[in-house]
Design a protein around this ligand. Structure first.
Ligand code: MTE
Ligand code: MO
Length: 317
């Protein structure tokens, strides 16, 4: 279950410049990810990190997912982004986010819980930090492999003690047209909202990401914190979250409000259920020529298929 970073030998051109390495190491330390030996312990005989270590060596191209697919480069991950609060142009997001201020930041966790609490960003670093390489499959049929750092959402939810009647989790992103030029576009029902069933939110694969490639989350990827649900289409993984609420009704979401027949609540990656305007059978991995077959639940079926036992995944798209 635990997807530790796996390591393959990086070409020398990909070795992290010392300056990046130091600041990264500093941040990892803050996040509790560096114990003394971990950075140098990356290479083991079978290429897998020992479970006691959690870091990797290089900032791009040196990591693989559990199928042996290389992670996308830091450059790719930070220069091809869906972030409608800034722009609908994926290649424009990086530049537009340059001056975004992601600190200070707090996240309010409440609703149907026994112990509602507002967490300052720094308190989130106290949850056990993990590193996971996940595939991100966008509903628009492109994909990437991204090394995240963060913590399992279930750790946070347990701490606030959901009521037994809570069934769903609603996520709300920041509303601030001064910071987000895209929010001046009134065609979208801002703020960006998303939702999960409580059991999906509690699943150990579901992360709150605080970083990419061991560095604090870049602005364009949702700084300072965002959801990552690797078996669902990318739009479920909401960026720049300020509020998490437990509820007993299925939350409305930005995308299902705009186009309910195109963006369902479940949005599980499923090659057999086409989007009304295009096939979901294949995908373009950013950085590759040609196309790949899309995998059921984005390749995480062993872990998550039981969540949907007996459900009609065509009706609940
Ligand atoms: N707040 C917010 N979160 C968002 C989006 C957005 O526009 N706003 N886009 C979503 C979509 S469609 C995708 S594919 C992923 C892209 O994440 P990435 O840029 O880190 O690859 O973010 C998701 N989270
Ligand atoms: Mo997406």
């Amino acid at each position: 279950m635990e997807r530790k970073f796996q390591h393959r030998q990086p070409p020398s051109s990909e070795i992290t410049p010392q300056s990046v390495y130091l600041s990264r190491r500093e941040w990892l330390k803050m996040a509790g990810l560096v114990s003394t030996a971990s950075v140098l312990a990356a290479c083991t005989p079978n290429g897998t990190l020992p479970s006691s270590t959690t870091t990797s060596a290089a900032p791009n191209g040196s990591l693989v997912d559990e199928f042996g697919n290389p992670a996308n480069t830091y450059k790719e991950i930070t220069h091809y982004n869906n972030y409608y609060e800034f722009s609908t142009d994926k290649q424009a997001v990086a530049r537009l986010t340059e001056n975004f201020q992601a600190s200070p930041w707090a996240i309010e966790v409440g609703g149907m819980v026994h112990k509602p609490k507002t967490y300052d960003y720094n308190e989130l670093l106290k949850f056990e930090q993990v590193e996971r390489i996940y595939r991100l499959r966008c509903v628009e049929a492109w994909s990437m492999v991204i090394p995240w750092t963060g913590f399992e959402l279930n750790k946070l939810l347990r701490q606030v003690e959901p009521l037994s009647s809570a069934k769903y989790v609603k996520f709300t992103a920041l509303l601030d047209p001064k910071k987000f030029p895209g929010q001046r576009n009134r065609l979208y029902p801002w703020p960006y909202t998303e939702g999960l069933r409580l059991d999906e939110a509690m699943h150990p694969l579901t992360l709150i990401a605080l970083g990419v490639y061991g560095q604090p989350l870049p602005n364009q990827n949702g700084a300072p914190l965002r959801l990552v649900v690797p078996w669902k289409y990318g739009f479920k993984s909401i960026k720049a979250i300020i509020k998490i609420e437990l509820t007993d009704i299925q939350p409305t979401t930005l995308w299902s409000t705009i186009a309910p027949d195109e963006y369902g609540f479940y949005a599980n990656v499923n090659p057999q259920v086409d989007h009304p305007r295009w096939s979901q059978r294949t995908e373009r991995r950013i950085g590759e020529l040609g196309r790949r077959e899309t995998l059921m639940f984005n390749g995480y079926a062993d872990e998550v298929a039981p969540l949907y036992a007996g459900m009609d995944l065509r009706a609940n798209y």
